[in-house]
Ligand binder design. Sequence first.
Ligand code: FE2
Length: 216
Amino acid sequence: MAARTGRAATAAKRMAARTRTTGRTAARARTTPARARRSPGPRLDSLRSLFIEEIRDLYDAEHQILKALPKMVSAASHSDVKSALENHRRETEEHVRRLEQVFEDCGVPARARRCEGMAGVIQEGTETVQAAVDPDVRDAAIIESAQKVEHYEMAGYGTVRTFAQRLNMPECASVLQRTLDEEKQADRKLTDIAESAVNVHAAEAEGGDEESEEME
Ligand SMILES: [Fe+2]
């Protein structure tokens, strides 16, 4: 248990170092015009072109998640949190493959477009996890961050599934629906773990919040 907690603390330190580096990058990026960070895409003159752009956005988001999940697994302490995230990492590989199938069905090359929204969600989550010094509070922060990622994806997949239905692409719609169902399932699983164990332990962590300390 102590060794596991020690490994989690080491992983959290590594995440902290990465956050400091990416934090500097983000500070520079804030002074850069948005257009320089995300190149303008093609003119969107049809629902089909909007659909393909959104698939490209999700393709990048899924790749960002594939990179972030192993770091979250390393930083987690609770075995249920680790296994839920590891299971979702395997599902995410399949989500990437399904998007490639959609590209193929649309007759366009599989190409990503930088998803700044997902980059922001992951960055914020990394900073919050890094700030959590108690292992149970850190697990609660990891679940919070992972659920924000899931909800971002659920919004994206729900939209492209509905576009595919309108564009009379039933096979694409059903492939995207399968991924949407898995995102929802992963989100529910994390809620269960948070409510049944992680939040219960995190509530017992010593410290108290800053506001109550200030009031004393
Ligand atoms: Fe996904």
